[in-house]
Design a protein around this ligand. Structure first.
Ligand code: NAD
Ligand code: ISE
Length: 335
């Protein structure tokens, strides 16, 4: 049977997920949409047959025909929506972050464990990007030996209004935190943040770019250039340096043209373009697993672990120096 999904939050990501579920994903339909903006949510529901509009997430989750929930409201609204989904024992795909902060993430872990089965997949979509998938598969063969270092570049064209220096860590570098833990299968143990003189492109007062260094439980060193007003494109690149070779993704060399004494290609302008395929595969994998009665993909534990690293990162940014990550013991439930 087709999975009836309620999409909570119909802003930039939520509206894109509604379109995806409606037009791209197999085996699912948008049964309900929810937004505190009543006009916006009605307009979106009107475009989809059999889709109801709500302004209250709890009412949508109690509605007939809703079998699963995709949370795409702001991070501060995630904990309440997750807890309501647990009351109805509904499967959830929750956009990153699981919740802002490790204390709230721990409350979610405890509530999910009380259900007795996993219900949450966190929207770390890079794990579904074909290039990252290839990189992970290569590392797993062991052909390159042990990873020693991972270099990351994460560039955005420009920040939206209200984007703060902490958000470079919490909203942007959180993806590298997840990808580091997933690729290396290690925890991040300490964070250092270096702060170059801000770019003239950055809004007044924003510490942009930043250079972030992670240490990992297996002794690898990871660096991240986070540079979110670069002006020229949306770029996410990663290079793993191993004992017997290196592997690198994200160069965007799909189409290269040579003309009038130059060679080159186009650079994506935002995440919906660069990671379109990853979002499609992420949502399809969630729908497929849910219909089989399974939960796969990044777990609430991954959401908690990255929240803990974000806290260390923000302290390192504000206080300077190296800050160790405080991580609870991983419950066997999330083994
Ligand atoms: P947005 O501000 O464009 O949209 C949020 C929407 O939620 C708005 O329409 C707002 O009216 C609505 N809303 C606010 N409070 C609500 C509530 N309590 N219940 C229901 N709706 C509510 O934000 P966005 O950029 O779409 O981000 C949404 C989520 O997606 C965030 O968690 C963000 O971190 C995440 N995100 C992920 C990626 C990614 O690459 N995976 C990219 C961007 C954003
Ligand atoms: C945004 O919230 C995302 O999740 C994007 O993937 C990231 O590139 C961007 O910097 C964040 O603001």
């Amino acid at each position: 049977t087709t999975l009836g999904v309620a999409v909570i939050g119909t802003g930039r990501m939520g509206a894109d997920h509604v379109r995806r579920l409606h037009e791209v994903t197999n085996g699912a339909r948008v049964a309900a949409v929810v937004d505190v903006d009543a006009e916006r949510v009605k307009r979106i529901a009107d475009g989809i047959e059999g889709c109801s509009a709500f302004t209250d997430p709890a009412a949508a989750m109690a509605a007939d025909g809703v079998d699963a929930v995709l949370i795409a409201s702001p991070g501060t609204a995630h904990e309440a929506a997750l807890m309501t989904a647990f009351e109805h024992d509904l499967p959830v795909l929750c956009e990153k972050p699981l919740t802002p902060g490790s204390a709230s993430a721990l409350r979610v872990l405890e509530a999910e464990q009380r259900l007795g089965h996993r219900r949450v997949q966190v929207g770390f979509m890079r794990r579904y990007d074909p290039e990252y998938v290839q990189l992970k598969a290569l590392l797993e063969t062991g052909r390159l030996g042990r990873p020693l270092m991972l270099h990351n570049r994460h560039r955005n064209v420009a920040t939206p209004p209200g984007f703060t220096s902490e958000m470079l860590i919490n909203d942007s570098v959180v993806h590298e935190m997840d990808i580091t833990r997933w690729l290396l299968e290690q925890e991040i143990t300490a964070v250092t943040v270096l702060k170059p003189t801000p770019s003239g492109n950055a809004p007044e007062g924003l510490q942009d770019p930043q250079f972030v260094v992670f240490e990992t439980s297996g002794g690898a060193i990871v660096d991240v250039e986070i540079n979110v007003n670069c002006g020229f494109g949306y770029q996410v690149q990663a290079e793993v340096v191993c004992e017997r070779g290196t592997a690198r993704i994200g160069d965007g060399h799909a189409l290269v043209t040579q003309q009038a004494g130059h060679w080159g290609g186009a650079i994506a302008q935002d995440y919906t373009e660069r990671f379109e395929d990853a979002y499609d595969r992420q949502v399809q994998a969630w729908v497929d697993a849910t219909r089989r009665g399974e939960v796969t993909g990044p777990s609430a534990w991954d959401g908690y672990a990255t929240a803990a690293v974000c806290e260390a990162g923000v302290r390192a940014q504000q206080e300077g120096g190296r800050v160790e990550v405080t991580l609870a013991d991983r419950p066997p439930f999330y083994a």
